[in-house]
Design a binder for this molecule. Structure first.
Ligand code: NAD
Ligand code: ZN
Length: 251
């Protein structure tokens, strides 16, 4: 199976990757299922919604600050680095991710499409203000602050710049993802349950336009039925083996 996947990848002309929470599991970032019970017995689905934020912004901000703190201590793993290396080698053209954890960027991926936002970005609930806390150097201060975060321009509440359940995806990121999917002759799908739409259309578009689908996941997912090669394995281990074979093939 690894050999087959390596051949497809080495032969491809325009490969992309589509990733979900599972690629970050080995970095210690829990998948949504893993979050259950981890934080005050709330399910993420009850906290990551516009309704929850309207009802109780303090609770939602407490949850997000807890996650930001957890995620900022996480490091990219072998799978994130392998994708950055495949891009460097000219094989991979883009990574489309549903993750908000910034680990692809940390690993060095350059052409990154974030479909569900980024947990280190905040934006104003009223005006156009936005801030990337890693870049502005305010992350520590932001996490320490006990009051609700306010917009420096207009004083309204700030919110995490992530896509909540029931919200539309950022139009430009989604358009770019679909454009890439139409062009791609191969998609490497890693660690996603493939049931969150419209993101899950990405591998389907690749398949429908004649491209190959390689999936890496220790469990079957919504993508498995359309996978040409299914590597039933954790992401880090699978990507390490795959990289060794790809390098062997292209010499
Ligand atoms: P999901 O939780 O629905 O599915 C995770 C998938 O990863 C599962 O299919 C699971 O079998 C697989 N998996 C578990 N461990 C793995 C490993 N070591 N290697 C490879 N695969 C592994 O996550 P999803 O499909 O990304 O969709 C849920 C939503 O949750 C997304 O929209 C995302 O924004 C959000 N989310 C993001 C993060 C993050 O940024 N790291 C974490 C949790 C949830
Ligand atoms: Zn504002």
């Amino acid at each position: 199976m690894i050999e087959e996947a390596a051949k497809l990848l080495a032969r491809s002309r325009f490969a992309i990757a589509f990733t979900g929470a599972g690629i970050s599991a080995e970095s210690g970032v829990p998948t949504f299922r893993g979050f259950n019970g981890l934080w005050k017995k709330h399910r993420p689905e009850e906290l990551a919604t516009p309704e929850a934020f309207r009802r109780d912004p303090r609770l939602v901000w407490e949850f997000y600050k807890w996650r930001m703190d957890l995620i900022r201590k996480a490091k990219p793993n072998r799978a994130h680095y392998a994708l950055a290396e495949l891009e460097e080698m000219g094989i991979l053209k883009a990574v489309i991710t549903q993750n908000v954890d910034d680990l692809h960027r940390e690993a060095g991926t350059r052409n990154l499409i974030e479909l569900h936002g980024n947990i280190f970005r905040v934006r104003c609930t009223s005006c156009g203000y936005g801030e990337y806390l890693k870049e502005s150097g305010r992350l520590e201060e932001f996490l320490r602050e006990k009051d609700l975060p306010r917009c420096p321009d207009c004083g309204s509440l700030l919110r995490p710049d992530v896509v909540w359940f029931g919200e539309p995806l950022p139009r430009s990121a989604l358009d770019e993802a679909f454009r890439l999917a139409e062009r791609a002759d191969l998609v490497l799908v890693i660690g996603t349950s493939g049931v969150v739409y419209p993101a899950a259309y990405v591998p389907q578009i690749v398949k429908e336009t004649g491209g190959k689908v390689i999936e890496i996941n220790p469990e079957e997912s919504g993508i498995t039925p359309i996978a040409d090669v299914f590597l039933r394995c954790p992401a880090g281990e699978a990507m390490e083996k795959l990289m060794t074979r790809v390098k062997g093939l292209i010499g």
